[in-house]
Design a binder for this molecule. Structure first.
Ligand SMILES: Nc1ncnc2c1ncn2[C@@H]1O[C@H](COP(=O)(O)OP(=O)(O)O)[C@@H](O)[C@H]1O
Ligand SMILES: [Mg+2]
Length: 396
């Protein structure tokens, strides 16, 4: 029986991993310049489910023998999980990840010296906490805080300096970078500080990835803040699979799925070529039975609630204004003024909600025209409306 990976798998086997040859090669060759002392900074945006995380994990696996590679998911940070990402939360998450990779590399001398450093009284900070099994000082004053930032952000270069005969450099992958927006008004300051430290690192490369559309205001801000790297800063956007790619993919990896020409067209329209949905939908479709347009359409109707599972949680966390904005866009893209008219809320009061919805990749703004960037959310809302005659607004 043939089967594709599920949309929730974050690590694929070489056999499961499809396509992306060019992206993979170009990212790897950019990262390999780290070994010559000119590390790149890469920004890798792409919508949710497009395959950023699996690509990053593959890159990690392939470069791990030559480099120390750290993978950090900002949404795994304790502070994010408990409501809001903070700078200290980011530092702790970074630290945990550096230590984990150092351990994987067998850099025990370094790890032991860190443990020792914080257990002696030499370090003038009163308390030490445990982060993922490693000690780190608690920060109470501004001064402590800056020390912590410096210590954590400088650490990758220090690791290289100590182990330059064993590794060609350090590669830091920061996934779900859009979460950094939680810092609100502190964002600019944080990015500035981050940049000022990492731009002096000669052997550490950074890859920032996240569910952002490259046209989003948020993305531009991050890119322009980090843009001071000049020529070393590169953007590689990860796109959904093209129609041709999906066609070849299904033929090669899931031959038991028999789609007629119009059935395939429908399949592509339903999934928009987003691998997460391609895989999940294809796995759930009946096999060894020829499916036409109408069959695929019917199956899709049945499957929407499953495909939309993760989106329902997100929908429930939105406030009424945010939900209304999305609903106003279900049938067609609108300008800000049109959204305002359609939901009867002054245009000037929409900024916060519009920003939030873009940050979580639910809507996108393309030259002033807003649209839903999450095809399954749109399909689910339509379906709910069709079934109940009303949209599933949250009861407040
Ligand atoms: N190159 C690929 N080949 C096959 N399936 C893929 C590929 N990239 C992504 N997928 C599928 O899409 C799902 C979502 O990928 P993921 O990397 O988590 O997306 P993102 O991080 O962009 O939100 C994966 O679990 C997998 O099922
Ligand atoms: Mg991801």
């Amino acid at each position: 029986m043939d089967n594709l990976p599920w949309g929730t798998d974050s690590e694929l086997t070489n056999n499961q991993f499809y396509n992306r040859k060019e992206d993979l090669e170009s990212i790897k060759s950019l990262l390999n310049t780290t070994s010559m002392g000119s590390p790149p900074t890469i920004i890798m945006p792409g919508i949710r489910g497009v395959g950023k995380t699996v690509l990053l994990k593959k890159i990690k696996k392939e470069l791990e023998s030559d480099y120390m590679v750290s993978y950090v998911d900002l949404t795994q940070s304790y502070s994010y999980q408990s409501g809001k990402l903070t700078e200290i939360g980011i530092m702790h998450q970074f630290y945990k990840s550096w230590m984990k990779s150092a351990k994987e590399k067998g850099f025990n001398t370094l790890i032991n010296s860190i443990k020792k450093k914080f257990s002696t009284k030499k370090y003038k900070i009163s308390q030490i906490i445990d982060i993922g099994g490693y000690p780190i000082p608690i920060t109470e004053s501004e001064e402590d805080y800056e020390k912590l930032l410096n210590f954590v952000l400088d650490f990758p270069q220090k690791i290289y300096n100590e182990y330059s005969n064993e590794i060609k450099g350090v590669i830091i992958i920061i996934d779900e970078f859009q979460a950094i927006k939680d810092l609100d008004k502190d964002l600019d300051g944080f990015l500035w500080f981050f940049r000022s430290i990492i731009q002096n690192q000669k052997n550490v490369a950074y890859v920032f990835s996240g569910s952002l559309n490259s046209k989003d205001i948020v993305f531009e801000k991050i890119a322009s803040q980090m843009g001071a790297f000049g020529g070393r800063m590169l953007t590689i956007e990860i796109n959904p699979f093209s129609k041709k790619t999906v066609y070849n993919y299904l033929n090669e990896k899931l031959p038991s799925l028999k789609l007629k020409k119009d059935g395939f067209e429908r399949f592509y329209n339903c999934t928009n070529g987003i691998p997460h949905y391609v895989n999940t939908f294809a796995n759930l479709l009946p096999k060894n039975k020829v499916l036409n347009n109408q069959d695929v359409k019917n199956e899709f109707k049945k499957i929407i609630p499953i495909l939309a599972d993760h989106l329902k949680y997100q929908w429930a966390t939105l406030n009424l204004t945010e939900q209304k904005i999305i609903v106003s866009l279900v049938n067609k893209p609108l300008k800000r003024k049109e959204i305002s008219e359609s939901i009867n809320i002054p245009s000037s009061s929409l900024s916060k909600s519009l920003n939030k919805l873009q940050n979580i990749s639910v809507i996108k703004n393309d030259k002033g025209i807003y649209s839903i960037s999450e095809p399954i959310l749109k399909a689910w809302l339509k379906e709910e409306y069709g079934n109940r005659g009303t949209y599933p607004y949250r009861i407040i």
